[in-house]
Design a protein around this ligand. Structure first.
Ligand code: PMP
Length: 456
């Protein structure tokens, strides 16, 4: 079979049997699945042999890049030695034990305990149960409310979708979990009006205080936020936002949860987004970059305050997964962190490749469709707009973004459209030449988009 026959073969089977995540499957079946068969560095290749520069590191996760043999080798070795054993019933495996120590070292001060799961969604489910159990043990079970933000993403299990602020998700598979409230997001470009970003950061943060006052502080257990909202379109909050959120959480004695599933493991030029924004989280769910996506593993880092109660006052915490602390996944995570450390990848994002990325993307800021280029480290968001001066978006949100995303794919670069915000989150190993290539391909795609909608 030649490549094209093989592709048709896989597409037929896929269409017959596979329901894809976050996909209009009928539409996909009309268009045909793109079958990705191999990858190396920052490039992926499909079954027709076409190569794409992966500007998204998969789904924001392949931080060390594709094709790292060390990761495959430790998985292979661990699977031969001990492919599986659980961490229940007085047992533990050595990779999970060692990983716990390393995570306590690299995460912010005060986070010294870890609970393992398999995905970001499961980590956030764990967080919900921990928060509510913590307050119950503290004799305040009525503090069951968790406050989140509109346009937040925290996963797609029932708890993840409920915590998230995506209306399209709340509309399906409900009812959502009770006692979760959503406040406005700190999205200055889209919602900041005539305020300066700094003013707007304070206004957005004070929505938390208003919500606490409305619900009653004695009913609120926690606030959850991504340091930078990823799936919401890479919404980078103004500098005033997180310090004010921290102040409010401290004032009302509310637990602060930083969802580091995207920001963690170097993405923002520090180990965690909490380091970049000066957040002191009580609970810190993380996943993705923890293993660079080579095997599924996630975790919740638990701060002293919660750990002390959960460990000393709870008795059995009736929560856990068959694969919590899976030895092969933990071994891969350990090796992944070793690579990040030894190759100083996080420092490189901060001091070298991150600034280069920000500078290179300036070429896109001049494009007639692009309202702004917003970056931190190796993550970027670019709103496509109808009017650059007034920051006015397009009438049918999402349409131009989708056209642009498809044009990017056609031009050999993977970018994602979150509504009309084009986003980037490339592997941390990307080189300067590859960033130049990414920008070149993106510019061609943006031009095609502008022509298609009559803006050029
Ligand atoms: N939290 C955040 C911030 C995320 O970006 C994601 C996934 N994109 C999740 C949680 C859920 O992770 P998973 O898809 O591994 O369940």
């Amino acid at each position: 079979m030649n490549n094209f026959d093989k592709t048709a073969y896989w597409q037929d089977i896929d269409q017959a049997h596979h329901i894809h995540p976050f996909t209009d499957t009928a539409d996909l079946n009309n268009r045909g699945t793109r079958v990705i068969t191999r990858a190396e560095g920052v490039f992926i290749e499909d079954s027709n042999g076409k190569r794409y520069l992966d500007g998204m590191a998969g789904l924001w996760c392949v931080n060390v890049g594709y094709g790292r043999k060390e990761l495959a080798e430790v998985a292979y070795k661990q699977m031969l030695e001990l492919p599986y054993y659980n961490n229940f019933f007085q047992c533990a495996n050595t990779p999970a034990i060692e990983l716990s120590k390393v995570l306590a070292e690299i995460t912010p001060d005060g986070l010294n305990h870890v609970f393992y799961a398999n995905s970001g969604s499961e980590a956030n489910d764990t967080v919900v149960r921990m928060v509510r159990q913590y307050w119950k043990l503290k004799g305040q079970p009525e503090r069951s409310y968790i406050i989140s933000r509109k346009n937040a993403y925290h996963g797609s299990t029932v708890a993840g979708a409920s915590l998230g602020g995506m209306s399209g998700m709340h509309a399906q598979g409900g009812p959502m979990l009770p006692d979760i409230a959503h406040i406005d997001q700190p999205y200055w470009y889209g919602e900041g009006g005539d305020h300066t970003p700094e003013e707007f950061g304070l206004i957005a943060a004070r929505k938390l205080e208003e919500k606490i006052e409305e619900l009653g502080a004695d009913r609120v257990g926690a606030f959850i936020g991504e340091p930078i909202q990823g799936a919401g379109g890479v919404i980078i909050p103004p500098s005033t936002y997180w310090p004010e959120i921290q102040r409010i959480c401290d004032k009302y004695d509310i637990l602060l949860i930083a969802d580091e599933v995207i920001c963690g493991f170097g993405r923002t030029g520090a180990w965690f987004g909490s380091d970049t924004f000066g957040i002191k989280p009580d609970l810190m769910p993380m996943a993705k970059g923890m293993s660079s996506g080579y095997l599924p593993i996630s975790a919740v880092m638990v701060g002293e305050r919660v750990a002390d109660v959960l460990i000393n006052e709870c008795g059995e915490f009736t929560h856990g997964f068959t694969y919590s602390g899976h030895p092969a996944c933990a071994a891969v995570a350990l090796e992944n962190i070793r690579i990040l450390r030894e190759e100083k990848m996080v420092e490189r994002v901060k001091n070298d490749i991150g600034p280069y990325f920000a500078n290179a993307l300036k070429a896109l800021a001049d494009h007639p469709l692009v309202g702004a280029v917003e970056t931190v480290g190796l993550i970027a968001g670019m709103p496509l707009v109808d009017d650059k001066k007034t920051r006015k978006g397009f009438d049918k949100p999402g349409t131009v973004g989708t056209i642009c995303r498809d044009a990017c794919v056609a031009n050999g670069v993977i970018m994602r459209a979150c509504g009309d915000r084009m986003v980037l989150s490339p592997p941390l190993c990307i080189t300067k030449e590859e960033i130049d290539e990414l920008v070149k391909r993106a510019l061609a795609a943006f031009d095609e988009t502008a022509k298609k909608i009559g803006k050029m």
